[in-house]
Ligand binder design. Structure first.
Ligand code: NAP
Length: 311
């Protein structure tokens, strides 16, 4: 096998994203040694049982010591705390990155902690499922998905190139952008859909005129597709909402305006308006399938769970 890309990789946080990285790093031979740390003893023990790495450390400082690449995969609200904990042990010349779903807030929390000589290059793989924890990961998660890097001004181009190569070998395509733009784009493509799903599932749960058993029994009519998003990790999504507040509020304002207009069309029987919108939106799904970001199967979502190799 070819030389590993990094002699030593540290994975801080070993949930869905961390464990998926562990699987793909092993499959592709991307690291000589993988050292793992997680906040709780239970998660760390489970990672060891699953054989996700070569070393397991309760203290994240011990896991990052000597590492050439450090990947922080924890809820975005904990990024600063983790950066503070590992900073004294980071090796000069190491690449430090993260996978957080928000970027400006993660940078604001982590950047001040990064020692001179360490290359901090934030990242976000646009890939996920509603599952969490070390058992949830699989090597194919990043296959044919985008990974967005947001290198700070003046970042070392060689370090950016090495991290890009790492993600490419994980199966991803790379884009770079500034963190504010990332946060605005993700607010509409990811954060708003989750908030809408949490809201609709919450509304159905609160209804009194329709029983809970009816909601579940007849869910195949549309509701269940929202429940997949609404089953996502509560800690992660609480943190996303708190840490991308401005962009989410802006998108929610636009969404509410458009919803009011749709409500008006329903109230006044404006069939043309409804038909035009529904035609436009149908074309968007077709474009997503053509871009290889969805499989062309009517039961989307469930096939993926049964056959992760199709992700
Ligand atoms: P996860 O499965 O819930 O795993 C979270 C990991 O972070 C666990 O190892 C957990 O440790 C650790 N952790 C939790 N709170 C912590 C704290 N306060 N301090 C230190 N470690 C802590 O989460 P995930 O889905 O992998 O998400 C990780 C990151 O990836 C998040 O920033 C998320 O925004 C981003 N992301 C997620 C997705 C997705 O679809 N899930 C997609 C792209 C990016 P213990 O279990 O030991 O407590």
């Amino acid at each position: 096998m070819a030389e590993p890309l990094f002699a030593r990789v540290a994975l801080i946080g070993i949930g869905l994203i961390g464990s998926s990285l562990a699987h793909v790093i092993r499959r592709e031979g991307l690291a000589g040694t993988v050292s793992i740390s997680s906040r709780s003893a239970a998660t760390l023990a489970r990672a060891e049982e699953l054989g996700l790495g070569n070393e397991y450390h309760a203290d994240p400082k011990d896991a990052v010591a000597g590492a050439d690449l450090v990947i922080v995969s924890v809820p975005v609200g904990s990024s600063g705390e983790v950066a503070r904990a590992i900073a004294p042990a980071l090796k000069p010349g190491a690449i430090l990155t993260d996978v957080g779903s928000t970027k400006a807030s993660v940078i604001a929390q982590m950047m001040p902690e990064v020692p001179d000589g360490v290359h901090f290059i934030p990242g976000h793989p646009i890939a996920g499922t509603e599952r969490s924890g070390p058992d949830a990961g699989f090597a194919e998660l990043f296959e044919n998905r985008w990974c967005i890097l947001t290198p700070p001004p003046g970042a070392d181009p060689e370090a950016v190139a090495r991290l890009s190569e790492f993600w490419r070998r994980c199966g991803s395509n790379i884009d770079t952008m500034d963190p504010e733009h990332h946060d605005m784009v993700l607010a509409i493509v990811s954060h708003l859909p989750h908030i809408i799903a949490y809201n609709i599932v919450g509304t159905a749960d609160d209804l009194e005129s329709v029983t809970k058993s009816e909601v579940i029994k007849y869910s195949a009519s549309g509701f269940r597709d929202f429940t997949r998003l609404a089953a996502s990790d509560p800690t992660m999504w609480r943190d996303v909402c708190l840490h991308n507040r401005d962009a989410i509020l802006e998108m929610l304002a636009r969404f509410s305006e458009d919803l009011a207009s749709l409500q008006r069309a329903v109230r006044w029987g404006d069939g043309d308006k409804l038909f035009d919108l529904f035609t436009r939106t149908r074309a968007i799904r077709r474009s997503i399938i053509e871009a290889g970001q969805e499989i062309d199967a009517p039961d989307f979502g469930r096939q993926v769970a049964a056959h992760p190799e199709k992700v």
